[in-house]
Ligand binder design. Structure first.
Ligand code: HAM
Length: 425
């Protein structure tokens, strides 16, 4: 039994699982190209302040879930592993003067994020997101473009039943009055609130709207709705986002209680779910507009919008729907030999074939031909290339492991034949 295990909330993604992940990354990269999102990479850790200011000091992510890195000296900087991509990307936008680039600057990032949350199904301490951001466009058309892009991703990834919930959470002009009204509403029912929600009422009353506590959920049926309290500009923006979604034929459901757990959002907010699975930890992805974030991180006021899709949850959902996941491809051929000790020969033939672009393994174990052939068949290789005495005059035996036939052939004819067979699948 091994003594060491991967830390709780993390896991090893073993070779057999990787093709499914690679497929998702390929779909994400392909769509990023098609929609004009250019790839960026930011450090896996940043000054903790980037997240504290960006995501917000009284969010779960900052209060409970930041992996802070202990400074190495007393006056050292305090860093944190990135819990999400947006704050770091906007930090990079400001740092590199991207406001002087043609706007909007459309960026995408594919990589791991870290949140110190209680692990459970679909909730990990290290998880992967595909994040896209369009910075420098106030919308509303780009909002619809991004919402549609997310849906397109799920469809191409193989999930058919994903729907999007949309909302507008107003802006610093109209939201404060709404929050006052909401606080007053909850205060009238304070006695029925559980202790955690009572605390939230003081720090961030909006969070009560997506509370999973049954008592609060029941109360929320009568809570004032932000969609009825938007200022004219926000209401018009939201109506236009919806009109653009309609123009694209994108079905969407308005959910007035959708507020998202990060402070930087203004106006458009959205989340993706599998139909009928809007429970806790089930969001496949989410995003929204953050028109104040660039300024908050030291840049000029610049609007922005983006989303992050949780790839771990997509892999889980695909497995659950029984979708056929991509699998590892075996080599087209394995080079084996009658003389167990002639490993240099086998290695040389395999190296030459690989130089032709073929996926070929050499059996480098010093073992009998029968064992080498067994291993090749078990691996699922289509052919075994058997080296024997005839190699001296440039010939090999080619055994079709699937058709159980064997023929002698000129070694120079191998690449063309194997390439053809590789392309046949
Ligand atoms: P978020 O809603 O915190 O948004 O995360 C987006 C998605 O990441 C979630 O819907 C979920 O699928 C996945 N996710 C989050 N936490 C975990 C976890 N512990 N385990 C597995 N999956 C998880 C953001 O991160 C924003 N930065 C999105 C954004 C981009 N907004 C604007 N631009």
């Amino acid at each position: 039994m091994s003594t060491y295990r991967a830390p709780r909330g993390t896991r090893d993604l073993l070779p057999g699982e990787r093709p499914a992940w690679r497929h998702l990354a390929d779909v994400a990269r392909g769509l990023s190209d098609a929609y004009g999102y250019r790839e960026i990479e930011t450090p896996l850790f940043e000054l903790a302040e980037v997240f504290e200011r960006g995501v917000g000091p009284v969010t779960d992510i900052v209060e409970k879930e930041l992996f802070r890195i202990q400074p190495r000296t007393d006056d050292g900087e305090i860093w944190a592993l990135r819990p999400e991509g947006t704050a770091g990307i906007v930090r990079a936008y400001v740092q590199h003067g991207m406001q002087t680039w043609p706007q909007p600057v459309k960026l995408m990032l594919l990589g791991p994020m870290f949140r110190y949350d209680r692990p459970q199904a679909g909730r990990y301490r290290q998880f992967w997101q595909w994040d896209v951001e369009a910075i420098g466009d106030a919308g509303p058309a780009v909002d619809a473009e991004i919402v549609e892009l997310g849906l397109r991703f799920y469809r191409e990834a193989g999930l058919e039943d994903v729907e999007v919930l949309v909302n507008s959470i107003g802006d610093p002009g109209c939201r404060p009055a709404y929050i006052d009204e909401l606080s007053a509403f909850y205060r009238r029912h304070e006695a029925t609130l559980p202790p955690l929600e009572r605390q939230r009422l003081e720090s961030n009353p909006l969070r009560l709207l997506d509370s999973k506590d049954p008592a609060v959920a029941h109360l929320n049926d009568d809570a004032p709705r932000i969609t009825d309290r938007l200022c004219d500009a926000c209401a018009e923006h939201f109506a236009e986002v919806r009109a653009h979604l309609d123009a694209l034929g994108v079905e969407h459901r308005v959910e007035p209680r959708l507020v998202r757990g990060l402070d930087y959002y203004t106006r458009t907010a959205f989340e993706y779910y599998r139909r009928g699975r809007e429970g806790q930890q089930q969001a496949l992805g989410g995003g929204g507009r953050y028109d104040g974030l660039t300024e908050l991180l030291g840049g000029r006021p610049t609007p922005g919008i983006g989303f992050a899709l949780g790839l771990d949850r997509v892999v889980l959902a695909l497995a659950e729907t029984g979708a056929e996941l991509p699998v590892e491809k075996p080599p087209i051929a394995v080079v084996v030999g009658a003389d167990p000790g002639a490993t240099a020969e086998r290695l040389r033939v395999a190296t030459d074939l690989r130089a032709e672009g073929l996926r070929v393994r050499a059996d480098l174990a010093v073992r009998k031909l029968g064992r080498q052939l067994e291993a090749a068949a078990k691996e699922g290789a289509h052919f075994a290339i058997i080296l024997g005495d005839e190699l001296a005059d440039g010939h090999v035996q080619l055994r079709d492991l699937q058709g159980a036939t064997q023929k002698i052939m000129d070694i120079d004819d191998l690449p063309a034949l194997l390439l053809r067979k590789s392309q046949d699948g």
